[in-house]
Design a protein around this ligand. Structure first.
Ligand SMILES: NC(=O)c1ccc[n+]([C@@H]2O[C@H](COP(=O)([O-])OP(=O)(O)OC[C@H]3O[C@@H](n4cnc5c(N)ncnc54)[C@H](O)[C@@H]3O)[C@@H](O)[C@H]2O)c1
Length: 286
């Protein structure tokens, strides 16, 4: 089935970026969030990204208008009734995801694939909340979605070969590089590698071995990474990294490896959540 109309759930950091990438490749997009102010926030970020592309001469004003014209914002779940494929990018919370997938299952046509952008959670469990677990798949974009090249395509236990194929093809049509994660394991490939280095970076700061700034400087200059772990956490969201750590702890607890550092818990308690507040690791001491 050709994917002409895409539903995106959640107009936050990831949802708005996924909607933008899809609209740039010619899809019509229905972008749904729970409140109008979140929908408008997502649309504003899309407008801002496209305006910068026009300023830099990457696209014309007409191209920008055409992309915006393909995106419809809504708060009504029923507006997803006629979409050909759905990407869910709501909060990283299993109960919220299951309830959203239950709703989608009731609304979308039976042949429609329901993909989740979850960073770590079980596609098998999300799929089991629906009557179409063979059509539930992971489609994990990276932040910022319009720029980062990778999409991990993840199989739940019941996910069909066809759902994996269609999802990978859709991502490739969006200009992305895809990898298949053959087993439904927490964190898939990239986050399973990334989270331990973030946890270790926080422990180094917690122990007073080095500052946030010097850890980032060391990783950038010593490992040739474009961003340090603290800069990356501020961009990703400390709250999201915390949810992923807690989930890994619950699912993969091996020798205490996945215990969230107290420093991380305190950042969550203080409300300094990087991308959400503009205050993060670089202002935590003030
Ligand atoms: N932030 C990242 O770097 C990143 C990267 C890859 C994957 N992810 C994953 O993407 C998902 C979204 O993360 P985010 O950073 O965009 O979060 P976010 O908090 O920026 O946005 C989530 C949005 O979902 C909305 N929402 C909540 N319930 C909803 C519902 N029932 N229907 C529609 N919208 C609903 C919220 O109002 C919010 O606007 C999470 O699963 C996260 O783990 C995040």
């Amino acid at each position: 089935m050709e994917i002409k109309k895409l539903g995106v759930l959640g107009a936050g950091a990831m949802g708005h970026g996924i909607a933008l990438v899809a609209a740039q490749t010619g899809c019509r997009v229905v972008l749904r969030d729970v409140e109008e102010r979140f929908v408008q926030g997502g649309l504003k970020m899309i407008d801002g990204f496209l305006s910068k592309s026009v300023e830099k001469g990457k696209i014309t004003g007409e191209a920008k208008a055409a992309v915006l014209d393909r995106i419809t914002g809504t708060t009504r779940m029923s507006d997803l009734a006629d979409v050909d494929f759905v990407v869910e990018a709501v909060l990283e919370d299993m109960d919220v995801k299951k309830s959203v997938f239950r709703e989608l299952d009731a609304i979308c046509r039976p042949e429609v694939i329901l993909a989740s952008n979850t960073s770590s959670m079980s596609l098998t469990e999300i799929g089991a909340a629906t009557k179409r677990p063979d059509k539930v798949v992971g489609m994990h974009f990276f932040n910022p979605a319009p720029i980062m090249k990778l999409v991990e395509v993840i199989r739940g236990m019941a996910t069909s070969d066809e759902a994996v194929r269609v999802t990978a093809k859709l991502a490739q049509d969006m200009g992305k590089v895809t990898v298949e994660v053959k087993k439904d394991t927490p964190g898939f490939i990239v986050n399973r590698i990334m989270m331990p280095h973030m946890i270790e970076a926080m422990r180094i700061v917690e122990e007073g071995v080095a500052t946030v700034e010097d850890v980032d400087k060391a990783v950038k200059a010593g490992l040739n990474y474009p961003m340090g772990p603290f800069e990356l956490m501020d961009l990703t969201g400390i709250d999201i990294c915390h949810s992923v750590t807690e989930y890994f702890y619950k699912e993969l607890n091996k020798e205490g490896k996945w215990v969230a550092p107290t420093l991380m818990k305190n950042m969550i308690r203080s409300g300094k959540l990087g991308r959400k507040t503009g205050e993060g690791w670089y202002s935590y001491k003030k």
